[in-house]
Design a protein around this ligand. Structure first.
Ligand SMILES: Cc1cc2nc3c(=O)[nH]c(=O)nc-3n(C[C@H](O)[C@H](O)[C@H](O)COP(=O)(O)OP(=O)(O)OC[C@H]3O[C@@H](n4cnc5c(N)ncnc54)[C@H](O)[C@@H]3O)c2cc1C
Length: 494
């Protein structure tokens, strides 16, 4: 990829500026620019392409995760998962965002997830936006999409990797039910194939499906390799953004600014622009425009514990996850290959079964380390603080031990013991960070239409906006959110 590849002209002003051309930004820009009278500019920090076929192989190939050290398609942030457990966490920094580098698991949130959302986001109300986003090639019903931009497939049993087939047999032998349609709203649980946004081995990210095919619209502009430094205000209304492009700082004007920079950068941008917890902004020398104590505070994610094993079954290119088992609040993930096989540059690593806690008590914070917009904020998760979370993950370890002790699994895998604490030594994160500028609740940052309370013309439409992380991976749900929020913004614009 070369860049700035996608912009047709130099910097222009707009009706709407969309900050970030990732999963949600691609949907918002595509939907808003359906109105030819609405000039939409997307500002994306990463590189881009103007034709889907120009994505380089590591972005296109759904069998690899292009997030290794030195990846040109990601940003990484310093994070503390738990006291003493420090990690760098990655997010996509490319047209398509994190959805361009992710595991391509595309499961909707469950109906009871929406009990934590404002009432206008009930499951019945959001179902039409889920279906509008997808074309499901396995299921046809009024609950599955048949003409949406994102193709959804499940890996057929005859194509399963060796570990997937053994895992399915193992879970059946332990009495877990089959769960063939993970997007069925009835509360089943059990083992079943994962809906994947993959077409012929290609990861179909939101830029590839929603945005790039619309680039010929004269009212749609995409500026790549252009970083938004702050939001500009006229009184209490957002009126544009300051961007850094080709080494030059420029101000762009618009009557509406929609933040889709992801759950780490969106709260950072608000704070850099003076909207956030007053005391911590002053600590960084930032003038306070609006004291919003919840900006960056109280996010949620899915802690993940890895159980490693040795296997003589050879890896072959496959989606990172083909099936999962849901047991209560746990998601058991038999990854089809070791991360060392899927991620370039991290060296040999044993394969693992992941245990995701999909409804955790832990809540984290994102805080500025300085007023420099190019400096990464700090992400503190507070995983394992809660006794209930620790107990749930221990129960998950027992489930995986039982699975690994079955005949189908012992035939392909030998469990490796980890010295020290059973949880801390294996702790990771699913990278599903959500709710860092949430809607819902009286002190929420956003109203129930994703508008930042206390100012005008400023929206947050990305996983930051979720009241809490859903009990499934967030990708399908953030596409749904963007579908609906784009309609709300279009209605506001009149
Ligand atoms: C490695 C990995 C694997 C994952 N696997 C899965 C999975 O299999 N299934 C699942 O459901 N979820 C998965 N997720 C999570 C899911 O992909 C994300 O939650 C989702 O894509 C987030 O969408 P978003 O629109 O909120 O942000 P993003 O898609 O991250 O988009 C944000 C965009 O904003 C741009 N940006 C940021 N700051 C600026 C700025 N200042 N100026 C201009 N542009 C900016 C970024 O470059 C990026 O393109 C994974 C995430 C990662 C990182």
């Amino acid at each position: 990829m070369s860049g700035p590849a996608v912009g047709r002209s130099d910097v222009v002003d707009a009706d709407v500026i969309v900050v970030g051309g990732g999963s949600s930004g691609s949907v918002v820009a595509s939907r808003l620019s359906e109105n030819p009278d609405c000039r939409v500019v997307v500002v994306e920090a990463g590189q881009g392409v103007s034709r889907v076929q120009d994505y380089p192989p590591d972005i296109a190939d759904a069998h690899v995760l292009p997030v290794g050290p030195g990846s040109p398609w990601t940003s990484s942030y310093p994070a503390e998962l738990a006291p003493g457990v420090e990690r760098e966490i990655s997010r996509g920094r490319v047209l398509g965002g994190s959805g361009a580098v992710n595991g391509a698991y595309f499961i909707r949130a469950r109906p009871d997830d929406f009990l934590h959302w404002p009432s206008r986001w009930s499951y019945e109300n959001v179902l039409p936006y889920f279906t509008a986003s997808e074309t499901d090639h396995d299921y046809a019903s009024d609950r599955h999409g048949s003409s949406g931009p994102i193709p959804v497939w499940r890996t057929a049993p005859k194509e399963w990797s060796g570990v997937t087939a053994a895992f399915v047999d193992a879970s059946e032998s332990l009495g877990f039910p089959a769960d063939p349609d993970k997007n069925d709203p009835s509360p089943v649980g059990g083992t079943g194939p994962v809906p994947l946004n993959v077409f012929r081995g290609m990861r179909m990210n939101a830029a590839a499906t929603y945005l790039i095919p619309r680039l010929s619209r004269p009212n749609l502009e995409v500026l790549t390799e252009s970083t938004v430094l702050k939001i500009l205000f006229d009184g209490d209304a957002a009126c544009g953004v300051r961007i850094l492009r080709r080494g030059v700082t420029t101000d762009m004007r618009a009557s509406r600014v929609v933040l889709c920079a992801g759950a780490v950068r969106t709260p950072q941008l608000l704070m850099l622009s003076g909207v956030g917890p007053a005391e911590s902004l002053r600590h960084c020398g930032i003038d306070v425009r609006l004291d919003h104590p919840r900006v960056g505070r109280g996010f949620s994610d899915h802690p993940e514990i890895g159980v490693y094993y040795r296997s003589s079954v050879p890896f072959r290119p496959s989606s990172p996850i083909e099936v999962v088992l849901h047991v209560g609040d746990l998601e058991i993930r038999p990854y089809t290959a070791s991360f060392g096989y899927m991620i370039a540059g991290i060296g040999p690593v044993d394969p693992m079964i992941g245990i995701g806690l999909m409804r955790a008590d832990s809540r984290g914070d994102i805080t500025l380390r300085s007023a420099d917009p190019l400096d990464s904020p700090f992400v503190r998760y507070r995983y394992l603080d809660s006794a209930a979370d620790r107990a749930a993950l221990h129960a998950g370890l027992d489930v995986v031990d039982a699975l690994l002790s079955t005949a189908p699994m012992t035939a392909v895998a030998t469990k490796l013991e980890v010295a020290g604490d059973r949880l801390l030594g294996r702790l990771g994160t699913a990278l599903h960070l959500s709710g860092s500028c949430a809607m819902g609740g009286p002190d929420a940052v956003l109203d129930d239409r994703c508008r930042v309370r206390g100012v005008y013309g400023l929206d947050v439409v990305d996983t930051s906006s979720f009241p809490v992380v859903p009990t499934r991976g967030p990708h399908a749900t953030v596409i749904m959110l963007a579908e609906r929020a784009a309609r709300d913004i279009a209605d506001d614009l009149g």
